[in-house]
Write a new protein. Structure first.
Length: 84
């Protein structure tokens, strides 16, 4: 398989696990905040998303990121948030 073929395939297949940079971008966070949360166990007062290690690399499963996002309350207004 040619190198260009592999690049094309990689673009077509969505990764099951994201790097810290990709996960931070997906969550709308800084990479630094996400990295620090793995050490401290705290992400702005919340439990950070689960991660996995593959060798020395850290990866975030898309399913874990989705679950983490869905586990937080949704509000339509700030007034609604402050009343809960």
């Amino acid at each position: 398989m040619k190198k260009t073929d592999r690049k094309a395939i990689k673009k077509e297949i969505a990764p099951a696990a994201l790097s810290s940079e990709e996960a931070a971008l997906y969550l709308g966070l800084s990479k630094c905040d996400l990295d620090q949360s793995r050490i401290s166990g705290d992400l702005s007062g919340l439990i950070p998303p689960r991660f996995i290690r593959i060798g020395r690399r850290v990866r975030y499963r898309m399913s874990d990121l989705e679950q983490w996002l869905n586990s937080h309350d949704n509000f339509t207004t700030l007034a609604e948030e402050s009343s809960s």
